[in-house]
Design a binder for this molecule. Structure first.
Ligand SMILES: N[C@@H](CCC(=O)N[C@@H](CS)C(=O)NCC(=O)O)C(=O)O
Length: 222
């Protein structure tokens, strides 16, 4: 298999890369690595020891990359169809902005503030810190959702009303939000709620969500 992803799709960043590959019709192999069970030589593939990391075995060494945004950019350059980044320079930059917004601010809240507390900790027999979750849900996430609600407006997709890396990056965070047992409140954020419902039904997301569900269910029941 030429394309290898190191990680687990429970990570929104790993899922982002897998969805990009699936949208492009690429076959890939997952090497199951989590930051907690990474082999000692993992830093050779991922110098910051984060997932995802990636290898294209069709290339001579060094043939690895780290960081979801870097990997997705590589995949777009190497496999340009279907395009997941706008061609127009401004629209492309705007898509990258939403990718950054999702990866950083939303990611911090959804992964650290909710998914880690409610799912990862439970998988490791640890106790959820309810105060961290409360603060995330009541104080930190609402302004982030407000912004996305405004930006979606009457469109189906965030940039130029075409499906792009912007939507993949936001939607992968919405999957972890859902895995952490939360729904976007339709009364307060009707557009974001509708957007989440639509994107998570997309076959490339749906397939991964279904694969991830049993482990998440096990954690939530613990
Ligand atoms: N900017 C990175 C973020 C990746 C990331 O933070 N991954 C988490 C898992 S969701 C991780 O590996 N954390 C381990 C650590 O921070 O040491 C990307 O886009 O790939």
């Amino acid at each position: 298999m030429a394309l290898i992803v190191y990680g687990t799709t429970l990570s929104p960043f790993v899922r982002k890369v897998c969805v990009v590959m699936a949208e492009k019709g690429l076959k890939y192999q997952i090497e199951n690595v989590t930051p907690l069970n990474a082999p000692v030589d993992f830093p050779q593939v991922s110098p910051l020891k984060k997932i995802p990391a990636f290898r294209d075995t069709s290339l001579p060494e060094p043939n690895t990359l780290a960081d979801s945004s870097v990997i997705c950019d590589y995949l777009e350059s190497k496999y340009p169809e279907p395009a997941l980044y706008p061609k127009d320079p401004y629209l492309r930059a705007r898509a990258l902005w939403f990718e950054e917004y999702a990866d950083s601010a939303v990611g911090m809240c959804v992964t650290r503030g909710l998914f880690f507390e409610r799912v990862v900790k439970k998988l490791f027999g640890q106790v959820t810190d309810e105060e961290v979750c409360r603060k995330t849900l009541e104080e930190q996430l609402p302004p982030l959702w407000d912004y996305l609600e405004r930006e979606i407006g009457d469109r189906n997709y965030l940039v130029d009303d075409k499906f792009s890396i912007a939507d993949i990056s936001v939607a992968t965070m919405l999957v972890n939000y859902d895995h952490a047992g939360e729904d976007v409140n339709p009364a307060r954020w009707p557009r974001l709620c509708n957007y989440a419902d639509r994107l998570l039904q997309r076959p490339t997301f749906k397939l991964l969500i279904e694969e991830e569900a049993p482990l998440v269910k096990q954690a939530l029941a613990a």
